[in-house]
Design a protein around this ligand. Structure first.
Ligand code: UDP
Length: 237
């Protein structure tokens, strides 16, 4: 088995588990164990974590906030998740470094590409918080950006369904699942699994995206070994 360099995109909700908001201890530990197992198997792992379990920018608009302010609060939420994951992965026995795109040096390292590459080369899992550090973006776009600039072979988009469907399979019984799509098809179908900016950036960088479910235990390792049930979004063969 040869080690891969992969970036895993986790939504904030992946840390909330049954609580739906905030951080659920057992869910965090289970996720950290899966990531630690993948790192121990020889893969270089970067994680971009969202913040939807704390705050999404759009929620702030209903509270009378302007978009840049609301998005700033959202970005801070992602750093909270990055700190929690850093601790949990280290508790699972693998060194980890939270890095924030929004500098807050008393809490964690500031993101710098070469520093992140160096950490990964030394077996540390890097957890990237703060999104892109710009409002009007999402952590999906941040994940595509970091996966491209860190020369990752895979962008692993974790969801709660086993791939990309023509409609929400939890609501529409006629939804069909795709095994493989091109970036252009994903954009043309306006699939909600990632935003268009993220797909477009991945297309530009020639980045393969694997959409998979975290609900299957061990799914992170399975995807890294080339298995598991997932949808692959890649340039036309
Ligand atoms: N955000 C932002 N710029 C970024 C990334 C995130 O402004 O580059 C803000 C935005 O308000 C977003 C929130 O942070 O709603 C949380 O990120 P996201 O919604 O992507 O989290 P997820 O849905 O993955 O939990």
């Amino acid at each position: 088995m040869s080690g891969k360099r992969a970036l895993i995109k986790l939504s904030g909700e992946a840390l909330a588990g049954p609580d739906k908001a905030g951080i659920h201890g057992e869910t965090l530990t289970a996720l950290a164990n899966d990531i630690a197992t993948a790192a121990r198997a020889g893969h270089e792992i970067a994680v971009v974590v969202g913040g939807g379990n704390f705050f999404r920018g759009v929620q702030g608009l209903n509270k009378g906030l302007d978009r840049p302010t609301a998005d700033s609060i959202g970005m801070l939420g992602t750093v909270m998740n990055a700190l929690a994951l850093e601790h949990a992965i280290e508790a699972a026995g693998v060194p980890a470094r939270a890095m924030s795109a929004v500098p807050m040096p008393s809490l964690c390292e500031s993101y710098a590409r070469k520093r992140a590459l160096d950490h990964m080369a030394h077996g540390k899992v890097v957890i990237l918080g703060g999104g892109t550090s710009n409002p009007y973006f999402t952590t999906d776009t941040g994940a595509a950006l970091r996966a491209a600039e860190l020369s990752c072979t895979l962008l692993m988009k974790a969801t709660n369904v086993d791939g990309v469907y023509s409609a929400d399979p939890k609501k529409d019984p006629n939804a069909t699942r795709f095994d493989r799509l091109t970036h252009d098809e994903a954009i043309a179908r306006n699939l909600k699994v990632m935003d268009t900016a993220a797909f477009a950036l991945a297309r530009e960088a020639g980045l393969t995206i694997v959409v998979f479910s975290l609900e299957e235990p061990g799914s992170i390792g399975a995807v890294l070994e080339g298995g598991g049930r997932a949808t692959v979004v890649a340039p036309a063969a």
